[in-house]
Ligand binder design. Structure first.
Ligand code: FAD
Length: 295
């Protein structure tokens, strides 16, 4: 099943992102989360690809097991970091062999320091656009790409950021998933910029349920944004009150999702950190029925 066929016109569904477990305990935790989310009928679930290809086998194995042992539609991420094109073809072939028909094609970051100098593999790719073409060439895949409401941290300006995003979509991407953000306007402006250039592929907002100060910190670090004043005003006084912080954080997350659903987003994509609880609470707040969000 393709991700694109799981999106329902005029309705907002949801999807969930996991990372491949590194230890037996993480493995148990992931599978608890998968089993708790499965009955809620996410449109798809995705599994990330570790920096530098470090998780290659774990990503293939985890996504493959989701394909065979669950009713879920899996998507595997793939990055070009430290891989020759021959190796990338091999990984894409492993995905096909595991029954995976959805791939998120991403360039990736240099291992160690995400903002360090990008040195392409001598026989590899330099930009995600090339990976989109490669995945397309290798088989009948539904291909997603990453999008950046606050533009990519390496982009010198909005114009070049938009131009490269458009090229990535035109290279054959079926949909895109946005990096985290807290102000819907940034996401909606990105959607408008793409639509103005004729790119109408579904753009999914990426949402990290705010449960702890650490999670909030991760959100800002990865996304090139600063925390909006309204959010700081609510959460800063609660930094030493874990239960209060969590309740207020999930409330903020819920309000953000409601605004996006009202704007007609095709799906809300949750960065789950391999735990189901916070995502389930937000889904419950949003009124989930038959896999569709009421908002
Ligand atoms: P690109 O689209 O290649 O863009 C990178 C930069 O290059 C941008 O500034 C872009 O404007 C510029 N650019 C693009 N094309 C050109 C060109 N032709 N000429 C000049 N400049 C150009 N990382 C992981 O390691 N594993 C994961 O599983 C993972 N999953 C992710 C999932 C999502 C939804 C998101 C949003 C990010 C994810 N990342 C992951 C992080 C990602 O690897 C980084 O954001 C990375 O820095 C960029 O990848 P990209 O595919 O957006 O790169």
């Amino acid at each position: 099943t393709k991700v694109i066929d799981r999106l329902r016109p005029g309705k907002t569904v949801f999807s969930v992102e996991f990372f491949p477990p590194r230890t037996d305990e993480e493995e148990r935790q992931l599978w608890r989360a998968i089993r708790e989310l499965e009955p809620l009928d996410p449109a798809y679930v995705s599994v990330t690809y570790g920096a530098g290809g470090s998780s290659r086998d774990r990503t293939v194995r985890t996504t493959g097991r989701i394909a065979t042992d669950t009713t879920l539609v899996p998507m595997a991420h793939l990055t070009g970091v430290n891989h020759s094109i021959a190796e990338l073809r091999h990984v894409i072939g492993s995905y096909a062999a595991e029954g995976i028909s959805n791939v998120l094609a991403i360039r990736g970051d240099p291992p160690g320091d995400p903002m360090g100098e990008w040195i392409p593999h001598p026989e590899g790719i330099t930009y995600a656009e090339e990976l989109v073409r490669l995945v397309r060439e290798c088989g009948d895949f539904c291909v997603g790409v990453a999008a950046f409401p606050h533009m990519h941290p390496r982009s010198p300006d909005l114009e070049s950021d938009t131009r490269h995003m458009v090229n990535k979509l035109r290279a054959g991407a079926d949909f895109s998933v946005a990096q985290m953000f807290l102000e819907p306007e940034y996401f909606l402006r990105l959607r408008d910029r793409l639509a103005q250039r004729g790119c109408h592929q579904p753009l999914l907002p990426g949402i990290m349920p705010i449960t702890t100060p650490k999670v909030l910190g991760m959100t800002t670090q990865l996304s090139n944004m600063t925390i909006p004043d309204e959010v700081s005003a609510v959460l800063d006084p609660l930094r030493d009150d874990p239960a209060g912080f969590r309740t207020a954080g999930l409330e903020i997350t819920t309000r953000l999702c409601e605004k996006l659903i009202a704007e007609g987003v095709p799906a809300v994509h949750f960065y789950s950190l391999n735990r189901a609880k916070a995502t389930r609470e937000v889904l419950e707040n949003l009124g989930l029925s038959d896999g569709v969000l009421k908002g």
